[in-house]
Design a protein around this ligand. Structure first.
Ligand SMILES: C[S@@+](CC[C@H](N)C(=O)[O-])C[C@H]1O[C@@H](n2cnc3c(N)ncnc32)[C@H](O)[C@@H]1O
Length: 285
């Protein structure tokens, strides 16, 4: 292990406690949520501001009996799960994906379907056209890059496109092919790990799944709005109408998870000032 290269804790880290009382963790770039030993927590906490493994090890050794080999193994495991990221010039860096990896990505057919959805595409295009001229625009979740291209074509001064998965590679090709790579800059990673020097005028996004909250829309946009949007800037879209049918979940871990998510969503709704007029309570018995 390289003991002197700084690493940082990803800000997209999410924890859950399983029905069996185990700590489960994952992050935007992790391949799935998996159990995390509780003693990984002090290590993660020490890396939160960005630090070298050497300095974290020296620090922990004062209060904790930990061997150098055991510590190195733990750090390598956290890096492999993308819970720790390389920290270069004060920013979290995401390693480039191998060339061509997006073409085998399981999400590619989903992007084809989204690009073929004419109502979705044209509605976004019209809204972006009227909002982005001469503006600095951030797109959270660029996918194939289509919305960032619309922003560039609408006359945006600068577009920052953020994408966490391999599909970022396609976005990069799309920006070149559509001759807007001089205006659009791609950041590979999760928006929570992005740092910007200047605030943006407009944030555009389409990070909905068939469940509108599945891509962590509320915390991701809450963070982007708080850290990147200038006062008076525009979040596009800024309003969702969510229609729910009440499922009945009688027991099991899914019940606890649904309740916890419902609570977290309502807290974020207030914080974001977003309106969800058709949100019906989900009935859980
Ligand atoms: C539903 S797709 C939409 C892609 C594209 N904007 C479009 O309209 O076709 C959402 C994309 O956002 C990415 N994503 C979701 N949340 C993100 C975040 N917080 N930071 C970076 N990428 C994110 C996902 O990986 C996915 O590729």
């Amino acid at each position: 292990m390289d003991w002197d290269t700084p690493l940082v804790l990803t800000r997209s880290l999410t924890f859950e406690i399983s029905g069996e009382g185990k700590l489960i963790a994952g992050a935007a770039l992790s391949r799935g949520f998996r159990e995390l030993p509780f003693d990984a927590l002090p290590i993660l906490a020490k890396f939160a501001p960005g630090a070298t493994p050497q300095s974290v090890y020296s620090d922990l050794r004062g209060t904790w009996e930990v061997s150098r080999e055991g510590f190195a193994q733990a750090v390598q495991g956290l890096l492999a799960r993308s819970l720790l990221l390389p920290f270069t010039a004060g920013r979290a860096a995401v390693p480039a994906y191998p060339a061509g990896s997006f073409s085998s990505s399981p999400t590619l057919p989903g992007h084809h379907a989204m690009l073929a959805d004419a109502v979705r595409i044209m509605t976004y295009q019209a809204a972006i056209r009227s909002a982005c001229r001469d503006k600095v625009v951030l797109e959270v979740g660029a996918g194939s890059g289509i919305l960032s291209i619309f922003a560039a074509q609408a006359g945006a001064r600068q577009v920052i496109a953020v994408e966490q998965l391999e599909i970022a590679e396609l976005a990069e090709e799309m920006f070149r092919a559509n001759r807007c790579d001089d205006v659009v800059e791609l950041f590979r990673g999760n928006s929570r790990d992005l740092e910007l020097d200047e605030p943006v005028d407009v944030i555009i996004h389409e990070i909905f799944g068939s469940d509108p909250f599945v891509e962590n829309l509320l915390p991701a946009l809450g963070d982007a709005q708080e850290r990147f949007l200038r006062p008076g800037g525009q979040l596009l879209p800024h309003r969702l109408e969510v229609f729910c049918l009440g499922p009945e979940i009688r027991r099991g871990p899914q019940r606890d998870k649904t309740l916890a998510q419902a609570e977290a969503h309502s807290r974020f709704l207030k914080k974001l000032g977003m309106v969800f007029p058709k949100l019906l309570p989900v009935v859980i018995t």
